[in-house]
Ligand binder design. Structure first.
Ligand code: C2E
Ligand code: CA
Ligand code: CA
Length: 640
């Protein structure tokens, strides 16, 4: 037991000072987020040490008070009371920050909640005059004043307020932060209570240090804000820093660094090699941009942010130069090509969620900038992102209301010299946004997964159309339905479509599914679905032939009946740019595949292509895609 001159017990204080010092060292030794929650925490820790120091010195001096000048007694005791209140304030301030309660605790509110503390501090400083907190009696030494309990009331006030704030914000923030905040305030409550019971034991320092230790372990634990492997900040840290940057109206830059073809590289180098090379990138960024916050969002996506008005070009050039060299990790060399984007303060969205969306958008859609190593995120890109989000919302609404539409474009048979089929094309007609091109909304639906539901609704419209007008009886032989690659990966596709067709009493032998080359990448999965649907009489076309790089052997191993030649191939023949079209037609005829040519816009094209041996033709010459009833009118006119 360490009892000193005064007879107070210092065991708890010694332990807590040691632990506090250790935490402080651990904390300072690493890179912390430059946000106020961290500076509040740092201040609370320093205050904690200072309180313990004043506490011990004050107690010791009181034991020999008769030999000590009175002003020293006042100084150390005032210091103790003062710092005690300051510590409580910083812990409270930390709670406001970490729970992001500053969103609704305005600056004015903060001054208001600070008032009790300010008043108390004023009372402490002036205590030699009014003797409220304590005084030094010339006969008896140290005496508590009538406001002695004020310190406890003040502490209870802030601890209880902290708990209320935490409970109020519980749903909005990270669970671990909540648990940590509840726990440390509970510890403080217990400490205050014990101190009240045993005033001779200096336990408060111990409880405060325990509280700080809890904060350190929970909210400031590296796992929460750091990417464990890459050793830079993670997305939660990004969010926390951005929320504060925006709230506090700082100007800041963001640079996005996306490692191109990350998924492909993982298969080329192996996952472990690639990931440890990413760790190297993180380490290099850390070493070279010490004044910059570095984040890793996963999947080869890094971001840098900084607040001072530094030049981004210098950083980008430096990064580019480094990426010209391979990243060496455990003997293997991995080469990454970065694609970068800069968000300048002038174009910075004023919501964290929008910044994150913008980063997602840019890294998904805009990183193909040909020869440029970086792009500047400008109004045009932000406009596109906003439009994408609007389209996304529209898609969601249309699908929810089962309002997906199909238009039909006639397919003409060159042998029968009449329209014998149609291609169903997806349409969204939105009262607000007007016409949204399918190329736009299909891509978005594929990215966010809603293509599945969209495909179902379109197929349902097709079945409704076929059964409503009894197309077979009208001499129609087939309706083509587009399948996107994502749909082909769905193992229940055949099952689902069979059910929809049955519901409308439509036979699948009226349906021709159009697939594209990208669907064929997962050969086994698509084959299984195709076989299943073929059993019911459906046929398959290969769409857009001539737009990709075809692996003919693979293509011909699939149960395809029709090849659709893309209009780019057709048009380049008629423009005289390429003579390959007749050879393609011959080749597919030899393989017993029927041929549809797309983009037929004139009588001349129609005749030439028929002569060349194309079985079917599709294009504006016959009709644009039109609503079902217009299609019926069109074919009825033809047969008259
Ligand atoms: P696609 O499957 O190649 O469809 C043919 C596109 O060419 C249609 O564009 C059609 O309107 C257009 N077209 C037809 N004839 C002519 C012509 O003579 N001249 C010109 N300039 N264009 C012609 P649309 O309707 O805008 O559809 C664009 C693409 O969106 C489609 O290309 C297809 O890839 C996709 N798409 C449309 N509907 C669906 C659908 O229901 N499901 C899926 N997965 N994709 C669809
Ligand atoms: Ca098509
Ligand atoms: Ca096509």
């Amino acid at each position: 037991m360490i009892n000193g001159l005064s007879g107070y017990n210092y065991d708890f204080d010694m332990v807590s000072i040691t632990i506090q010092l250790l935490i402080l060292i651990c904390y300072i030794a690493r890179k912390n987020m430059p946000v106020r929650q961290n500076s509040s925490f740092l201040r609370a820790m320093i205050a904690n040490l200072v309180v313990s120091f004043f506490d011990i010195v004050a107690c010791e001096l009181l034991a020999i008070w008769q030999q000590v000048p009175v002003f020293l007694l006042y100084f150390f005791n005032i210091g103790y009371f003062f710092m005690f209140a300051v510590r409580i304030w910083y812990l409270f301030d930390y709670v406001i920050e970490v729970t992001r309660a500053y969103r609704w605790v305005t600056k004015r509110d903060r001054v208001l909640v600070a008032l009790p503390c300010i008043v108390y501090l004023a009372l402490v400083i002036t205590t030699p005059i009014h003797k409220g907190i304590f005084y030094i009696d010339s006969a008896a030494g140290y005496k508590s004043g009538y406001l002695y309990k004020g310190l406890y009331h003040l502490s209870y006030f802030y601890v209880v307020l902290s708990l209320l704030i935490v409970i109020n914000r519980a749903k909005k923030i990270n669970k671990r932060i909540i648990m940590g905040s509840v726990a440390f305030n509970a510890v403080l409550l217990v400490g205050l209570w014990v101190r009240n019971l045993f005033p001779k034991v200096l336990v408060m320092g111990f409880f405060s240090t325990t509280a700080i230790f809890i904060i350190f372990l929970s909210a400031l634990n590296p796992d929460i804000y750091y990417d464990k492997e890459v050793k830079v900040f993670n997305k939660l840290a990004f969010e926390t820093i951005m929320v504060e940057n925006i709230y506090k109206k700082y100007t800041f830059h963001i640079v996005i660094v996306k490692l191109r073809n990350f998924d492909v590289l993982k298969t080329v180098y192996g996952i472990n090699q690639t990931l440890s090379a990413v760790d190297e990138v993180g380490a290099w960024l850390n070493d070279n941009f010490s004044k910059t916050n570095i984040y890793y969002f996963g999947n080869g996506l890094f971001a840098l942010s900084w607040r001072f008005l530094d030049d981004y070009e210098e950083k980008i050039n430096k990064i580019n130069a480094r990426f010209e060299e391979p990243w060496v990790s455990s003997g293997t060399e991995v080469t990454f090509t970065p694609a970068m984007a800069v968000i300048k303060p002038a174009n910075m969205p004023d919501k964290t969620s929008e910044i994150i969306e913008l980063i997602d958008y840019v890294s998904e859609n805009n990183m193909d900038f040909e020869n440029n190593s970086y792009i500047i995120v400008d109004e045009i890109i932000i406009g596109k992102m906003r439009r994408k989000r609007k389209v996304e919302k529209t898609i969601a609404r249309v699908l929810k209301d089962n309002q997906m539409k199909a238009f039909f474009q006639p397919i003409y048979s060159t042998k029968e010299k009449k329209i014998v089929g149609a291609e169903a094309l997806a349409r969204i007609i939105d009262p607000e946004m007007g016409y949204i091109p399918p190329n736009e909304f299909i891509q978005i639906a594929e990215q966010n997964g809603s293509i599945m539901e969209m495909g179902r609704q379109i197929f349902e419209r097709v079945c409704e159309f076929i059964s409503k007008y009894d197309l077979k009886a009208m001499g129609m032989e087939f309706v083509n339905v587009n399948l996107s690659p994502a749909q082909c990966l769905n193992e229940h596709l055949a099952e689902e479509f069979k059910m929809i067709a049955e519901k409308h009493k439509v036979s699948l032998d009226m349906i021709d599914f159009e697939i594209t080359e990208t669907s064929i990448e997962d050969l086994l999965k698509i084959q299984a679905q195709m076989e299943n649907l073929k059993k019911e009489g459906a046929t398959f076309s290969l769409d857009d032939f001539g737009t990709g790089t075809s692996n003919l052997t693979r293509l011909l191993s699939l149960p395809l009946s029709v090849i659709k030649l893309d209009m780019s191939v057709v048009w380049s023949y008629f423009k005289g740019a390429s003579k390959i079209l007749p050879d393609l037609v011959n080749m597919f005829k030899k393989s017993n595949l029927r041929i549809v040519v797309e983009g037929v816009e004139t009588k001349e094209m129609c005749d030439t292509l028929a002569e060349m041996g194309c079985d079917y033709e599709q294009g504006y010459f016959f009709s644009k895609p039109i609503p079902g009833e217009d299609f019926i009118k069109l074919i009825s006119k033809e047969t008259k």
